[in-house]
Design a protein around this ligand. Structure first.
Ligand SMILES: [Fe+2]
Length: 241
């Protein structure tokens, strides 16, 4: 299987703690391509109070697209714009004003929290985002201790929240708590997306094939296809999953 999608990465140069230069971004996108990825949604960090970040991110995204079009990656990897939003109910006005990017311009948004965040805050934030018409995807859910309590994920599922896990967690040590939890959820087909969460070549270079192979082997080809192709395509077409 090939033609994967990466919906979570920090490969726009110089806008967050991800890739630091155009050269690093191109090297990381080349690695994405070698890892079987054909479409990427770039998701630089953003917090609701940051008023000038979106314009700078768009400018740098334009430069990156131009550099890709002039390289041997032209026509091989498609880039889309998004954000990884630091979750708070106050994100809604910024989203409406276009100061925070949805994923590929549709209704889906990628949302993260501080790892020790309370379930109450996470649930409230997602409820507010959904009530405002957005389709939230919880980024790297393996990071949140509160989501491992009985019924926590089920409550978010009931609301309509989608879940993303990082490929590095899927392929981590079978003894690691996060990896065991995530693999259990994958076996139950409760995860909607895999993402590399790559921060460029200096931190978590993109890796997709090994996680894709794990899912295909342990959860079946049909679910792997859904995770790596069908669900991300729905995000890009702005269709409900
Ligand atoms: Fe991230």
């Amino acid at each position: 299987m090939d033609g994967f999608h990466d919906i979570h990465c920090h490969l726009i140069p110089g806008v967050d703690d991800g890739s630091e230069s155009i050269e690093e971004s191109l090297a990381a996108l080349r690695r994405e391509y070698e890892e079987g990825v054909c479409r990427v949604i770039c998701t630089p960090h953003i917090a609701p109070g940051e008023t000038d970040a979106a314009a700078c991110q768009e400018r740098q995204f334009g430069l990156l697209k131009k550099a890709v079009s002039e390289s041997n990656l032209a026509g091989r990897i498609e880039l889309n714009m998004g954000n990884e939003i630091y979750g708070a109910t106050s994100a809604v006005p910024s989203l409406k004003e276009g100061r925070i990017h949805t994923l590929a311009g549709g209704h889906y948004i990628l949302v993260e929290f501080a790892p020790p965040e309370s379930f109450r805050h996470i649930e409230e934030t997602f409820r507010s985002l959904l009530n405002s018409g957005y389709l939230p995807i919880a980024a790297h859910i393996e990071r949140y201790e509160c989501l491992r309590k009985p019924d926590a994920l089920a409550r978010l599922e009931e609301l309509g929240v989608c879940f993303q896990v990082n490929t590095a967690t899927v392929t981590g040590s079978a003894l690691a708590r996060e990896t065991r939890w995530v693999r259990g959820l994958l076996r139950e087909e409760r995860i909607h997306f895999l993402g590399t969460d790559s921060h460029g070549m200096h931190y978590r270079p993109p890796r997709m094939r090994e996680a894709a192979a794990w899912v295909e082997k342990h959860c079946g080809a049909e679910y792997a296809e859904k995770l790596l192709r069908k669900n991300p395509e729905r995000v890009l077409r702005d269709e409900i999953i």
